[in-house]
Design a protein. Sequence first.
Length: 334
Amino acid sequence: MHPMGDVALQQRDLVLIATALMLLIVIPVLALIALFAWRYRSSNEDATYTPDWDHSTQLELMIWGAPLLIIICLGAVTWTGTHLLDPYRPIGRIAAGRPVPANAKPLEVQVVALDWKWLFIYPEYGFATVNELAAPVDRPIKFRLTSSSVMNAFYVPTLAGMVYTMPSMETKLHAVINTPGVYRGISANYSGAGFSGMHFQFYGMKDADFAGWVARNQGAGGDLSRARYLDLVKPTQTVPVMRFAHVAPGLFDAVVGQCVEPGTPCMSAMMKQDGSDTAGMTHMQGMGTPAGPKAVSPLTTSRAGGAPPGKPGDIAQRSPSAPSHATPPHQSAL
């Protein structure tokens, strides 16, 4: 409820509008309950007593019409807002009245949820950090997210909504930060013993400050090779900030494909092979290319696929209970 980015601001407004629309019904209903209980209490002899009353057109219109209008308005606002704020959809504006410049290049950040820490890779600048994230103000941010082992949730409340991270999958989030400052990022999905310490600092910076932060990370000296990643992925708790000046090429895609370890085939390559070579799945029922001549379907005649008959009478007829190769009458079916 304290947004510092335009996406979070729009999400807050959506929550407030939806709450206000619902309160238009909730508050009058609660007030009328108290009013009816007081007015028609047993000790009030001045209240009109009409035991045979059972219908009022005006009341029916109000009781059914008002909630229906609220639901229509709520549905329209929610449908529009959730589509405009789809985390997979690139943002269309920096702030209200400020569209994204045509030549603006989003800052790509690759996010990996580890046990129990966050890895942030900046492919544009070639470095990575652990438990520290930064972005320049008023520049679109494109997050690509995944997880190393279990499902998790990436959440910076002042920036944008929560997005899940899952192993072997990639999710996305587009956002922007409009106000410089230091903000808290957390894991919003319980993931084990070190969950409570799985948080990080997010820095919204002016361009000059962000350039200095980038230079500091590029001069850190550490290398995030695949072997170093395999060591980093081991479960640890309350991990301090770490910096890596260089990142192994294609590391994030290898994490998504579960093929960081040498000699391990990536899942995308396995899926592509399975899709193009069905013979590799003959051990699975219904998969693979059948061997031998194609069997004749029991719902067709033995001449299926041949030349069309000259006369309809030339087709061997059969009843639903007698297939085309039925046992002759003089032989026992057993």
